[in-house]
Design a protein around this ligand. Structure first.
Ligand code: ATP
Length: 458
C-alpha cells in the first residue's frame, strides 16, 4: 500500500508558526496589546515571499497569456453591489449561543468545537449545555461613509474581489478591445467576519485573494471550466507543491453555491488535513445578470459584425494569497542532519524564495568583507540578495537555510588571489568554485531551470 503522505512529513503547524515568528515571516498582530485574535502582520521575509507568490500569479495570468487583463478595484463599493451579488441576504453562517457558558458556535461546525465548560465535549453534549436556535450571521464587515451615521451611509468591506470585476465589465469591453473569451484578473484584500478562525494564516478575517473572472460564450463554459482546472493545477505544481499533496475535488450538488453550476476545489494536504487552496467555479451568467437588473445597465456582449448579443458566462479561479503562502511553507519545511547537527531548511522553489543568494565572507578581515560587498552589490542589481558577515560561517548558512535561500556565495582567501568564489546549494549542499564574473549568469540560469522538490526524492 502507498504510504500516507501526511504521515511521512516532519512538519507541523506549530513548527511553521514558530519558524515564521523566529525568522520574521509572520507575527501575531498587535502583540504589545496582547494580540488580536486571528490577525497577523507580515514581516520582511513574509512580504518578499508573498510578493513572489503574487508575481507568479500575475505572470501566469498576464505575461504568459494574451486573453487576460488586470484590475485593482476599490475595497468599498456601492452597497447595492452586495444586494445584487446576494451577499447581503445570503453570505451568512448559522450561529448558536450557549446560555450557560455564553460562548458562540457555528451551528454547522459543532463537531469541531469545544464546550465552554467541558472542553472534552462538543457544545450541546452535556446536560448543562443550553443552546439557542440557530440564527444567520452575516459575514460582511459594515462601516459608514461620511461623518453621520444615517440611512444610506452603510457600506461594506468587500468579502471577495470578484464583484469589483463585474462592476467594471462594461469599461473593459469599451477600452480593452477584448471580446469573449477573455478574463479580468485582480489581487487584493478581502474581509470576512469569520466566526471560526484559526490554524494560523489559513483562515483570518482580513486576507488577500487572487481572483480572475473569465468571460466566455455560454456554450463554451464547460470547456473553459476544464481548461482552468488544468491550468491552475499546473500552476501549483510548477511552483513546487508536491503532486501527492495536491488534489482536485468536485463539489457535490448540495455543496454548490447559489450561483454555481460546477465548482472544483484545489485542495492541499495541510497538517490539519486536506483543505481548500483555491475554488474554480462555473458561475454561469448569474453575476452579470444580477448587476444588470440592479443597475439598469446592459451588461452583455454585442458582436458588431454579426449583431449577435449575449450575456457571457463566467469561469472563476479564486485563490487565497495567505493560504498559498502557508501551503508553500508547509510543503517546503524540512529537517535534516549535517555533520551531526540538526538543520531546519525551507526547500522553497527558487523563484518563490524570499532571498535568492546570500553573500558571505568566510572571515571578517584580510579584505574579504570588501570583496564580498563588491560581489553583493553586483548581484543585488539582478536578484534579491543578502550580505551577512556576522558569526560563524556554519551559523550563517543555517540562517539562510531556514529562510529558504537557495544559494550562498562564499568569499575566502583564494577569492582575493584569483577572483573565484564558492557557490553552495541549499538542498544538495554541493559547492562549486567559479569566477566572480560568471556568478550572475549562473544564478540567472539556475533560476530559469525547471525545479522539483527534493522532498520527492528523499
Ligand atoms: P472556505 O470554504 O475555506 O471558507 P470559501 O470557499 O468561502 O473558503 P472562496 O469564497 O471560494 O472561499 O474564496 C476563494 C479563496 O480565498 C479560498 O480558496 C481561500 O484560499 C481564500 N479564503 C477564503 N476565505 C479566507 C479566509 N477567511 N482567510 C484566508 N483565506 C481565505
Amino acid at each position: 500500500m502507498a504510504e500516507d503522505p501526511a504521515q511521512t512529513d516532519v512538519v507541523t503547524m506549530e513548527k511553521i508558526v514558530s519558524l515564521c515568528k523566529r525568522r520574521g515571516f509572520v507575527f501575531p498582530s498587535s502583540e504589545i496589546y496582547g494580540g488580536l485574535g486571528s490577525s497577523y502582520d507580515y514581516g520582511h521575509y513574509g512580504v518578499l515571499l508573498k510578493n513572489n507568490v503574487k508575481n507568479q500569479w500575475w505572470r501566469a495570468m498576464l505575461q504568459e497569456r494574451d486573453d487576460v487583463v488586470a484590475l485593482d478595484s476599490a475595497i468599498i463599493q456601492h452597497p447595492r453591489t452586495w444586494e445584487a451579488s446576494g451577499h447581503l441576504a445570503g453570505f451568512t453562517d448559522p450561529l448558536v449561543d450557549c446560555r450557560t457558558c455564553k460562548l458562540r458556535f457555528r451551528a454547522d461546525k459543532l463537531e469541531d468545537s469545544q464546550c465552554g465548560r467541558k472542553p472534552s465535549k462538543h457544545p450541546g453534549e452535556t446536560p448543562d449545555c443550553d443552546l439557542t436556535e440557530a440564527r444567520d450571521f452575516n459575514l460582511m464587515f459594515q462601516t459608514t461613509v461620511g461623518p453621520v451615521k444615517e440611512e444610506g451611509s452603510t457600506v461594506y468591506l468587500r468579502p471577495e474581489t470578484a464583484q469589483g470585476i463585474f462592476l467594471n465589465f462594461k469599461n473593459y469591453l469599451q477600452f480593452s478591445r477584448k471580446k469573449p473569451p477573455f478574463g479580468i484578473a485582480q489581487i487584493g484584500k478581502s474581509f470576512r467576519n469569520e466566526i471560526t478562525t484559526g490554524n494560523f494564516i489559513f483562515r483570518t478575517r482580513e486576507f488577500e485573494q487572487m481572483e480572475m473572472e473569465f468571460f466566455v460564450p455560454p456554450d463554451e463554459a464547460a470547456t473553459w471550466h476544464q481548461h482552468w482546472l488544468a491550468e491552475r493545477m499546473a500552476w501549483w505544481t510548477s511552483l513546487g507543491l508536491r503532486p501527492d499533496h495536491l488534489q482536485l475535488r468536485a463539489h457535490d450538488a448540495g455543496e454548490l453555491s447559489h450561483y454555481s453550476s460546477a465548482t472544483s476545489d484545489v485542495e492541499y494536504l495541510f497538517p490539519i488535513g486536506w483543505s481548500e487552496l483555491e475554488g474554480i467555479a462555473n458561475r454561469g451568467d448569474f453575476d452579470l445578470t444580477q448587476h444588470a437588473k440592479f443597475s439598469g445597465q446592459k451588461l452583455e456582449y454585442v458582436d458588431t459584425a454579426t449583431g449577435e448579443r449575449y450575456v457571457p458566462h463566467v469561469i472563476e479561479p479564486a485563490a487565497g494569497v495567505d493560504r498559498a503562502m502557508l501551503a508553500f511553507l508547509v510543503d517546503a519545511y524540512d529537517e535534516d542532519e549535517i555533520e551531526g547537527e540538526r538543520r531546519t531548511v525551507l526547500r522553497l522553489h527558487p523563484v518563490l524564495a524570499p532571498v535568492k543568494v546570500a553573500v558571505l565572507p568566510l572571515v571578517r578581515k584580510d579584505g574579504q568583507p570588501e570583496l564580498a560587498t563588491e560581489v553583493y552589490r553586483e548581484l543585488r542589481d539582478h536578484v534579491q540578495a543578502e550580505y551577512d558577515e556576522g558569526g560563524a560561517i556554519g551559523r550563517r548558512y543555517r540562517r539562510q537555510d531556514e529562510i529558504g535561500t537557495p544559494w550562498a556565495v562564499t568569499i575566502d582567501h583564494q577569492s582575493l588571489e584569483d577572483r573565484t568564489v564558492t557557490l553552495r546549494d541549499r538542498d544538495s549542499l554541493g559547492q562549486v568554485r567559479l569566477p566572480i564574473g560568471e556568478l550572475v549568469d549562473v544564478i540567472r540560469g539556475r533560476l530559469g531551470e525547471p525545479w522539483r522538490s527534493p522532498k520527492l526524492d528523499a
